[in-house]
Ligand binder design. Structure first.
Ligand SMILES: *Cc1c(COP(=O)(O)O)cnc(C)c1O
Length: 466
């Protein structure tokens, strides 16, 4: 008999008891679709000369297919890469206060563009602009989708068909195709490069100012550093020069933390407040880098300039939603208490976490990892590591940390790849890194309350030996 005609029907497979709970959970349409896919694949395999598959195998394939299809794509993971603000892993995790604010705003109507006192229309920037001014010393503030959008909007508003003078040492590329010259041309502004890669002087700017100049701009070279024979013009001197010519001086700060990180033993990162105090007319920075908030681009500075920016029709296209504003407001509010940032802002807590604390956690978790990998030809040890801040913040600085190094016994390097894949296949994937012949798991970003969940799922790795 032709095996094709012996394949079970869609209805027959659907009625398998093993699939009833899937229909319950995900609905008939999804399971029916998968049954059809699995039957089509079985038919194709038979046409290629294969035999009639077991009905139980078909049911199992449908189950696995539906489970995989319905699993969310945006899954939480353990970030053990050693990079705290990992752009590919969503940058800063939000503090609990921000998570609660976000849930509240998501679940309920909220006064997003509504003035509760007057009962009239409001402006969504009002959710955070006073806080931003308080924390930076600026006169006005506005918020857009991310810092790239902030830079774009400010150039498009103030420098369209005009010239923007930038030092050659600051024509940077941030990962993910943000390049200063490209953003500039897309915004309709003409870039005027001055100075050299390593040294730029005030006269380089002064000599290039003409009636078509729109502004002087400084871009924080976030993700790289130049050492040796270097010179950059101090902000205050650039501001003074710009103001002599009644031009604005703007700074793209990149990360722009609102706190003095040096107080926590981290290297100093320039703050928007310092930039404003030095005479900058506009400053832009990210919400989800060192600030530790949601993805957003913050623009602070002179009232008249912010007002112009807000009138640009592109502001509407680049604006943020209520979820972002809710989270941002909650995070900014935490900065009113700078003494406790390291306890309350998750990203700051991770960045300031003491090495000894991380090493103690490694000691607690070592037995679980060792027993999970027991049958495999590898050694597991606790090692000192260096975390990095990430997202182009403080690129050359490393934070002393601790974690695990899994090394192959003998020359069988392939085992590391298998373990690394196995870690990624866990219910909550664990993302580490392979470096110089070892699989490294940096524990800096593993919170204490996540420890037991982390350890509990490791036992699934023991299947890797087979
Ligand atoms: C990160 C960064 C940007 C881009 O910020 P996003 O918030 O990622 O859009 C722009 N400029 C500088 C200097 C940066 O460091």
């Amino acid at each position: 008999m032709n095996p094709l005609s012996q394949l079970p029907s869609v209805d027959r497979l659907l009625s398998a008891t093993a699939l009833a709970s899937l229909v319950d959970a995900h609905g008939r349409a999804v399971v029916t679709g998968m049954v059809r896919e699995v039957l089509a694949a079985a038919r194709a395999a038979i046409k290629e000369g294969g035999g009639l598959p077991d009905e139980a195998d078909l049911v199992e394939k449908v189950g696995a297919g539906v489970t995989a299809k319905m699993r969310p794509r945006l899954r939480p993971v353990f970030n053990l890469t050693g990079t705290v603000l990992h752009t590919n892993l969503g940058r800063a995790p939000l503090p609990e206060e921000a998570v609660q604010a976000l849930i509240n705003a998501a679940r309920n109507p909220c006064a997003l563009e509504y003035d509760i006192e007057s009962g009239g229309r409001g402006d969504r920037d009002n959710v955070v602009d006073e806080l931003l001014c308080e924390l930076t010393g600026a006169e006005a503030a506005t918020v857009v989708n991310n810092n790239a959008a902030a830079v774009f909007l400010l150039l498009n508003t103030l420098a369209q068909k005009k010239q923007v003078i930038v030092s050659r040492g600051e024509l940077i590329e941030i990962g993910g195709a943000f390049r200063v010259p490209d953003i500039m041309s897309r915004a309709g502004a003409k870039l005027v490069e001055v100075g050299t890669t390593n040294r730029t002087h005030l006269k380089d700017f002064a000599e290039n100012i003409n009636p078509r100049t729109a502004m002087l701009m400084k871009v924080h070279a976030s993700n790289y550093a130049i050492h040796g024979f270097t010179h950059a013009v101090p902000e205050a001197e650039l501001a003074a020069l710009a103001h002599q010519h009644t031009l604005p001086f703007v700074i793209d700060l990149g990360s722009g933390t609102l706190a003095d990180l040096a107080a926590y033993g981290l290297p100093h990162e320039p703050t928007p407040a310092e930039a404003i105090a030095a005479g900058a007319d506009l400053v832009t920075f990210s919400g989800d880098k060192l600030l530790g908030g949601p993805q957003a681009g913050l623009l602070v500075g002179r009232k008249d300039l912010i007002a112009k920016i807000k009138k640009n029709p592109l502001k509407r296209a680049l604006r943020v939603g209520k979820l972002t504003l809710a989270a941002l407001e909650a995070v900014l509010a935490l900065y009113r208490d700078p003494d406790r940032l390291h306890l309350r802002v998750t990203a700051v807590r991770q960045l300031t976490r003491p090495e000894a604390d991380i090493a103690a956690q490694a000691a607690r978790l070592l037995p679980a990892l060792q027993s999970a990998l027991a049958g495999l030809p590898v050694t597991v040890e606790i090692v000192a590591l260096k975390s990095q801040i990430g997202s182009g913040s403080l690129p050359v600085d490393r934070l002393p940390s601790a974690g695990f190094a899994v090394k192959p016994q003998g020359k069988r390097g392939g085992i590391l790849n298998r373990i690394e894949q196995g870690l990624r296949a866990l219910p909550k994937p664990v993302i580490g890194r392979i470096e110089e012949g070892a699989l490294l798991l940096d524990l800096r970003c593993l919170a204490e309350h996540e420890e037991s969940g982390f350890a509990a799922q490791l036992s699934a790795l023991s299947g890797l030996g087979a």
